[in-house]
Design a protein around this ligand. Sequence first.
Ligand code: FMN
Length: 217
Amino acid sequence: MELTPTELSPAERYRLLIGGIVPRPIAFVSTVDADDRLNLAPFSFFNGVGSNPMTVMFCPANQPDGSDKDTLRNALPIDEGGVGEFVINVASASYINRVAAAAEELDFGESEFDLTGLTPVASQVVRPPRVAESPVAFECRTTHVIRTNPGSPGGGNVVLGEVVHVFIRDDLINERFHIDPAALDAVGRMGGLGYATTRDRFDLPRGTAALEQNPAT
Ligand SMILES: Cc1cc2nc3c(=O)[nH]c(=O)nc-3n(C[C@H](O)[C@H](O)[C@H](O)COP(=O)(O)O)c2cc1C
């Protein structure tokens, strides 16, 4: 099947993105508004960007009415009306039900911390708290917001942030800064309502040496 995106409905395009780009890591993003009211929501359009400076990105799409999601309102740079900071908590299996629960649409200013019973802990550098239940948290300052279709339903927004502090639970990391994937037990998002654990892992050398090894399946 050959498909031209402009000939598809937005819902069909969305299904192709979330079913074809899998598994996606999940940023569980905590933010605050100008009055320090807490907000928490998961975003699987998320990744690292570069290590110098240490930079990450996630993508809160526009709401069906074209408006900004609460997370984006809060994370916008100060000169664009936001607080300019956010924390990315890495979603892991131990609390994944509460990650999914935090996608509930609450009114602006209502806290998904209260809804889920997750625990806010003061961050070291930024105003939004990290999630105590999360084994890894990246404290970030927003550097750029790129809007692909401002004000339109389904339009994308790329929030880029510089990581200004990192929390990692002590048992997860060794002296060479390698993170133990079994202890992290990260969960990824698939299409539809699907999720994937990271419990079926394998190593491969880089480059042509990879061809000498038995296939993964
Ligand atoms: C696992 C998961 C991943 C999600 N990823 C995204 C995403 O990448 N972008 C997006 O706009 N919404 C995503 N959502 C939906 C938002 O979490 C949801 O719209 C949430 O209510 C936004 O909250 P906010 O208005 O407090 O920012 C995801 C939901 C779940 C459960």
